[in-house]
Design a protein around this ligand. Sequence first.
Ligand code: FMN
Length: 177
Amino acid sequence: MTGSGHFLEESLALAARLPQVDLFLSAAAEEVLPIYRLPLETFRPRFRVFRDKTASAVPVGTLYDDVYHTVVVAPATSNTVAKCAYGISDSLPTNMFAQAGKLGIPGLVFACDTEPVVVTRSPHDWVTLRPRRIELDNVERLRGIAFCQVVCSPAELEAALAARLHDLSLAWNTSSS
Ligand SMILES: Cc1cc2nc3c(=O)[nH]c(=O)nc-3n(C[C@H](O)[C@H](O)[C@H](O)COP(=O)(O)O)c2cc1C
């Protein structure tokens, strides 16, 4: 998870329906969650949570234990999209993405700034943003990165996750607890 308010709740709702998810937060994600009244404590019963507290992204070592089959970056800020597109790894999500790619583990990135006009929920109101050419170009560049699939809406994310679950012979959670 990154520090994006856009499609934050939608991404979390999908994460809750997935079997066996661990959350890897950027420092910005940890700040943004409580702003949207989603304190970290609310996730702990359901998810194992890794916080961005080390310079070298120590929790990324979990990828080498051969337990993860997919890395999902959702929602992905423009910042994280840019870093992933250019091979920069300096946060937990960007390190997870890059290391997963190097290990041949599929990555799925929910890029939020993908349209010329984006209407997003700020903590107090709805705001209209106009992503610049650079943000749109970065999304296109990211599409060319190996072991990466880019999705641009909650519906696309759900469809990509459903396809991945199907490939892995797994199923959505049916219980809400
Ligand atoms: C309340 C709040 C909401 C934000 N929402 C977004 C967003 O929807 N998209 C975005 O690209 N950045 C958003 N940001 C800015 C990012 O959090 C900021 O660029 C941060 O440096 C991203 O770091 P990360 O990519 O490592 O998570 C938001 C910031 C705040 C405080």
